[in-house]
Design a binder for this molecule. Structure first.
Ligand SMILES: [Mg+2]
Length: 122
């Protein structure tokens, strides 16, 4: 049997991490989580992941800085950003900095799942 796809979910909001992690696990993914950028980078450096779901707005180190670090150090192949509706420009900028796609909060889980599966298959 093939190994499970490994995802890292990075968001400073507990409720989002808990809900999305639960749903992704229910769909067969191996999911770890991080509540801030430094923890995310630590986990990505320690073991291989297939994809990161990365919140843009977080205290201290924001998602774009985490993304820059990920790309500079080749930490993970695929990145999906999570963003607020008022941050669309930042979200589009993130594509130039190497994000594969982004989702606007609030989102329906099925749309995130579709997005993740498409990015993984690219
Ligand atoms: Mg946030």
């Amino acid at each position: 049997m093939a190994d499970k796809v490994k995802l890292l979910l990075v968001d400073d909001e507990d409720t989002i991490r808990t809900l999305v992690k639960h749903e992704l696990q229910a769909h067969g993914y191996d999911v770890d989580e991080a509540e801030n950028g430094p923890t995310a980078l630590e986990k990505l450096s320690a073991s291989p992941f297939d994809l990161v779901v990365l919140d843009i707005r977080m205290p201290d180190m924001d998602g774009l800085e985490v993304l820059r670090n990920i790309r500079e150090n080749n930490l993970v192949p695929k990145v999906v950003m999570l963003t607020g509706v008022d941050e669309l420009k930042i979200a589009r900028d993130s594509l130039q900095f190497g994000a594969n796609d982004f989702m606007t909060k609030p989102f329906e889980f099925k749309h995130l799942l579709t997005c993740i599966n498409r990015v993984l298959s690219e």
